[in-house]
Design a protein around this ligand. Structure first.
Ligand code: SAH
Length: 474
């Protein structure tokens, strides 16, 4: 290690910044976040610094830097465009053993400012030892996505309970206690804004842990997570975090291999798509399975394609859990219509084409469907059919019968947002033919409406290029 990583307490202590421009202002901003008493020396102030000065957050010493100014400061920053001044600040600081940073000049520094992730009181700092600030920023961006913004709240909760836990829980159980608190339902409650509930549950956990049944800390929970339409880049941060902490994953055929790949390596995986006899596991069996696994104290990830509450039967899956008092949470995902609309260059609404959009199921009960065909056939809107392949003949016939122009543009998009995405463009009247001739397979989404004409000019996604791209590393 070339540098010693430490966190410095500068609260209320005098820190001097030499320079009044934008670069100096960024350092001031950092010092202010740590509640330092900031003094700025410069003949003039830039616009940001001017704001700090006017609001009384910094003290401005108007004029040129003078050697006697460094005394009594705990930290120095030099950010001027005059090399001699920067050099002078650095020399004086070293003589007096005051830590000094000269912006963008590692040779003149005795400390460097890391890239930081601020979830106060949790703060992570990343440094490349001055080798590449850009690389440090990229690493930071990665970590940002993995450290939920509510981690600070979690740390505050832990601070409030620290004394109590120390008093009531045996030292050897303490580590286990905190691991459970930070990884299980309590953390999730904080992340989803249920702070009071978290506090109450933590209290109960302390009681339980200090009583005889202390071993019985294992309460499972279910995460009903939308995995998006296929491209793993479309997952939410929360989805990814839960995917990486669940003990068991229950998934079906809509989940792309690339998304499944991001679940914890050692998690148990249960496929409920098609069984050997080619039938899906019945819904009520899945519902019971989720409750059963959570009952064993497991963190269960129910991973669904797209969004769990859009034609995903997500509501049914959590009904039983709610009845049984099993904790659960629902994480939205990008639904197929949204993902495919973007990746196929077909906006779902457009001032000149469609003032509304309807998501409809093409899954027809007994060969027909109780959809309001009159309303769907109305011009000036976009209709997106999920699960519409099998019923394509009936769907198109019904729409035409109810007055829709047979030449209305229509698109079929197969395996949207994945490297195998394929688009077929036609009209209402040609769709059934395209399906049978091109042997289109599920999952395929059907988009009907004049917005489809925009596809030619707005399509940007190149599945083939993506196929040859480097595997993603998370
Ligand atoms: N909950 C899912 C939809 C489940 S219904 C969501 O929000 O997206 C299953 C139907 O979704 C499929 O029959 C197909 O019409 C559509 N679908 C899902 N993913 C798709 C994809 N990657 N490409 C095309 N269609 C998709």
């Amino acid at each position: 290690m070339d540098y010693l990583p430490i966190f410095l307490d500068v609260q209320g202590r005098r820190c001097l910044v030499v320079g009044g421009g934008e670069v100096a202002a960024r350092k001031v901003q950092l010092l202010l976040r740590a509640n330092a008493a900031v003094e700025v020396v410069s003949p003039r102030l830039g616009s940001t610094m001017e704001i700090f000065h006017e609001s009384g957050e910094v003290q401005w010493i108007q004029g040129e830097f003078q050697p006697d100014m460094v005394a009594d400061h705990v930290l120095l920053y030099a950010a001027t465009d005059q090399n001699e001044v920067n050099q002078q600040v650095s020399d004086l600081a070293r003589e007096r053993n005051i830590p000094v940073n000269v912006v963008d000049t590692p040779d003149l520094c005795t400390f460097i400012t890391p890239s930081i992730i601020d979830r106060s009181p949790v703060v992570a700092a990343i440094s490349t030892g001055g080798a590449s600030p850009v690389l440090a920023r990229l690493i930071r961006a990665r970590l940002e996505s993995m450290i939920p913004s509510a981690y600070g709240k979690l740390a505050e909760l832990a601070a409030r309970f620290r004394g109590k836990v120390k008093e009531r829980i045996q030292p050897k159980q303490r580590r286990l206690f905190w691991e459970k608190a930070f990884q299980g339902p309590i953390a999730e409650m904080i992340f989803s804004g249920r702070e009071e509930e978290a506090e109450q549950t933590l209290n109960e956990m302390v009681d339980l842990c200090s009583s005889k049944e202390g071993d019985d800390l294992n309460q499972g929970e279910v995460y009903l997570v939308g995995g998006g339409p296929g491209d793993p880049d479309l997952l939410t941060f929360r989805a990814l975090r839960l995917m990486q902490q669940a003990d068991v994953v229950v998934y079906d055929r809509l989940i792309s291999p690339a998304v499944l790949d991001l679940t914890r390596r050692d998690a148990e995986r249960i496929y409920v798509g098609k069984e050997n006899n080619n039938h899906s596991v019945p819904q009520d069996e899945i519902n019971r399975l989720l409750a059963h696994l959570a009952g064993e104290g497991k963190r269960v990830l129910r991973l669904k394609g797209g969004d769990p509450f859009i034609f995903g039967r997500g509501g049914e899956e959590i009904e039983l859990l709610a009845e049984m008092g099993v904790p659960f949470q629902v994480v939205p995902g990008i639904t197929a219509a949204s993902g495919i609309s973007s990746y196929a260059g077909i906006p779902l609404t457009h001032r000149d084409h469609a003032q509304s959009v309807t998501f409809a199921t093409g899954h027809l009960k007994d060969g027909t469907s109780d959809l309001n065909w009159d309303a769907l056939a109305h011009p000036g809107q976009t209709i997106v059919f999920y699960m519409g392949l099998k019923g394509i003949e009936i769907i198109t016939a019904k729409l035409i019968e109810h007055g829709m122009d047979p030449n209305t543009p229509a698109a079929l998009v197969q395996k949207g947002t994945t490297p195998d995405q394929k688009e077929y463009i036609g009209t209402l009247v040609t769709l059934p033919e395209i399906v049978s001739e091109s042997k289109i397979k599920p999952p395929t989404l059907i988009i009907i409406g004049s917005v489809v004409t925009l596809h030619d000019s707005l399509d940007w996604f190149q599945p083939d290029e993506r196929r040859s791209s480097e595997p993603r590393v998370f």
